[in-house]
Design a protein. Structure first.
Length: 111
């Protein structure tokens, strides 16, 4: 895959993809936060289309906010999970997966 931004969400508590998670993508610049799009994961825990396609990425700081409290139906600990990351190479592909349970999460730059 060429440049662009993708994500997926895995429910580690239930051992399956997390379908129906709302995700907000924002670009951060100069103290401002601009929401670029809001999407929801499909049955495979992925978005139907890339969050940003080839040629849409710009160098800079971005944030994904995952509405995991809504997905799990509880907010005893986690509600929204923000993941801030930088794009240094706009022509590269960036994949930002989220592995999540109601009590913990992890992320990494995937392929």
């Amino acid at each position: 895959m060429s440049g662009g931004l993708t994500t997926h969400v895995l429910d580690t508590a239930r051992g399956r993809p997390a379908a129906g998670v709302a995700i907000e993508l924002a670009r951060l610049a100069g103290g401002a936060r601009e929401v670029l799009r809001t999407v929801t994961t499909n049955a495979d825990g992925r978005t139907d289309e890339p969050l940003m396609g080839d040629g849409e990425l710009q160098a800079g700081e971005y944030e994904l906010v995952f509405a995991v409290g809504d997905y799990f139906g509880e907010r005893e600990f986690l509600d929204r999970v923000p993941v801030r990351f930088s794009i240094a190479e706009p022509d590269a592909h960036y994949h930002v997966p989220l592995l999540v349970s109601p009590w913990s999460y992890s992320t990494y730059r995937g392929s």
